[in-house]
Design a protein around this ligand. Structure first.
Ligand code: ADP
Ligand code: MG
Length: 572
């Protein structure tokens, strides 16, 4: 293929403009992004070589090399990872493949402001971060196992790039940044050292740089040799400690290190909501470092979203997205699991069936749920923030994880007639507030609180001083169906079937009144029924209203209005 010029996908150009003009607050991270990609690429070739040793091409001295060239004004990052074919370069570097990105760009545009750092912060810009400091980026790469097809990609970040075939003997990728005049300090040894130490210390492979020292030669006795002048000595130094962060004792890992590692694996720019680091011994031996993000990703509810945790076996990377490790309703959890029990050549099929994996999953779920319980008990305000982001996902667990029903039901939060808008109660607190006469937990479902608050169904509950939960999330219908009861108190919809809120005495009295009324109004009832025959099932005198003249009620076992709406929306 001869040299060809191509246009970036529109979103890429938008992302580029954004990166160049808005992300200036922390330019150093471009190096972290490139090192991170290099490390991912080495992970990949290592993993693939388990089943195809030829990919190694006799080159498995894993290394990420940083090459500053002051004369040329360039900074190069070279790896011997998996490399990319031409098609892969086009796909990965010219377009945005990740499904959440378009949604992200849209959200930014909707905000109509290009510099809203907190929004930008939610999304890792990866490779494109290079354009913060470089006015030209050259990428040369050659895919493992395809010695004849090297490729050079080049762009000045102006909407187009060129791509051409080249010959490249060694496998892997080499990215050269032609630094902008004002960013030449990225060629200084101290600068590179400090960025690597800060952001990439835990990277599993050596991040190296040639260091040249000027020395005065010494004689055998250690004395200076007169008139010998100085000599230059160059040696490759490793800049990072390479310690797998999850394998280190908790007490030795700083908060900053945990946060950096989170950003590395999650592609999130924000700090996590919670960090869970633990090791399990006994029937199943593993170490886990899990994170609960602070913000939900844009593609939380998209079906093609990549899920799962990173799986290592005895410090060797196995896979990025092991879905078997964590149930779907905790799909927002990020992290790493390192097992001592699984075989290194573990395959997808084995993962799905493996009892060890199931044991690990059980352990992880327990730990995540107890962390959330702790957070809810110790810092309710913080927990509410989590709940607002991930509550709707967590609720799915009630349906799918029966074994953890008890724990999950206590993690639920709802708004109610006793909370202010935007504030929440748990079921436990609800039950504690129940007056002695109240037997059941009442709820009402609908689109939003403002509408529900005006519902005539609430009148009689207000009069009684009974609290009613506002269930405004579509999945809440399934939550109550899975839950049925809490603490031996049945959950009951205020707009379904008969509501019976009275004591025995009150009942007798009202029944007498009711009989009277029935006689009195029997003509009216049959009249209304005959007029509405085709739309309703029955017309009854109601005990549930105090102010309004009438309301619609669903059968005890029928669908209520909200459920009907949901099913209609789903075209059922
Ligand atoms: P991310 O790392 O989040 O996927 P990036 O923008 O950092 O996003 O990189 C985009 C893609 O380009 C990567 O997913 C990978 O497929 C490819 N890539 C980037 N750098 C390298 C590299 N050094 N070696 C091989 N592939 C790479
Ligand atoms: Mg990346």
């Amino acid at each position: 293929m001869s040299k060809t010029t191509r246009q970036f996908q529109t979103e890429v150009q938008q992302l580029l403009d954004l990166v160049i003009h808005s992300l200036y607050s922390n330019r150093d991270i471009f190096l972290r992004e490139l090192i991170s990609n290099a490390s991912d690429a080495i992970d990949k070739v290592r993993f693939e070589s388990h089943s195809n040793e030829l990919l190694l091409e006799g080159n498995s001295d894993w290394k990420i090399k940083i090459i500053p060239d002051k004369t040329a004004g360039t900074l190069t990052i070279r790896d011997n990872g998996i490399g990319m074919s031409i098609a892969e370069v086009e796909e990965n570097i010219g377009t945005i493949a990740r499904s959440g990105t378009k949604a992200f760009m849209q959200a930014l545009k909707d905000k109509a402001s290009t510099d809203s750092p907190e929004l930008i912060g939610q999304f890792g810009v990866g490779f494109y971060a290079s354009f913060m400091v470089a006015d030209k980026v050259t990428l040369e790469t050659r895919k493992a196992g395809e010695p004849a097809h090297g490729c050079r990609w080049e762009s000045i970040g102006d909407g187009s790039y060129t791509i051409e075939e080249i010959s490249k003997e060694v496998r892997g990728t080499e990215i050269t940044l032609h630094l902008k005049e004002e960013f030449k300090e990225y060629l200084e040894e101290w600068k590179i050292r400090s960025i690597v130490k800060k952001y990439s210390d835990y990277i599993q492979y050596p991040v190296v740089m040639d260091i040249t020292r000027t020395e005065t030669p010494k004689g055998v006795d250690g004395e200076d040799i007169e008139g010998a002048g100085t000599i230059e000595k160059t040696e490759e130094q490793t800049l990072n400690s390479m310690k797998a962060i999850w394998a280190r004792p908790k007490s030795e890992v700083t908060e900053e290190e945990y946060q950096e590692f989170y950003k590395h694996i999650s592609h999130d720019f924000e700090n996590p909501f919670s960090t869970i680091h633990f090791s399990a011994e006994g029937t199943s031996e593993f170490k886990a470092l899990l994170y609960i993000p602070a913000k939900k990703p844009f593609d939380m509810f998209m079906s093609d979203r990549k899920k799962g945790l990173q799986l290592y076996v005895k410090r060797v990377f196995i896979t990025d997205h092991c879905e078997e490790l964590i149930p779907d309703y905790l799909r927002f959890v990020k992290g790493v699991v390192d097992s001592s029990d699984l075989p290194l050549n573990v395959s997808r099929e084995i993962l799905q069936e493996d009892v060890q994996i199931k044991r690990i999953q059980k352990g992880l779920v327990g730990k995540v749920l107890s962390t959330l319980t702790d957070s809810k008990e110790k810092n309710f305000e913080e927990y509410v923030k989590f709940w607002k982001e991930f509550g709707p996902v967590l609720k799915e667990g009630l349906h799918f994880d029966y074994a953890n029903k008890e724990k999950l039901q206590d993690l639920l939060l709802f708004e109610s007639t006793s909370t202010e808008a935007g504030s929440f109660t748990s079921l436990k607190e609800y039950v504690e507030r129940m007056p002695e006469t109240q037997q059941e937990i009442f709820y009402i479902t609908g689109d939003n609180r403002a509408v529900l608050e005006t519902s005539p169904h609430l009148e009689v509950f207000r009069a009684k001083g009974y609290e009613v939960l506002f269930l405004t999330d579509p999945v809440d219908e399934w939550v109550v169906q899975s839950l049925q009861e809490y603490n031996e108190k049945k959950l009951k919809a205020v707009d379904r079937g008969d509501v019976d809120l009275d004591s025995e005495e009150e009942k007798k009295e009202k029944e007498a009144q009711q009989e009277e009324a029935k006689k009195e109004f029997s003509d009216l009832l049959s009249f209304v029924k005959s007029r509405l025959e085709n739309s309703i099932k029955d017309v009854r005198l109601s005990k549930r209203l105090t102010d309004s003249a009438c309301c619609l009620v669903a059968d005890e076992y029928g669908m209520n209005a909200n459920m009907e709406r949901i099913l209609k929306a789903m075209n059922q």
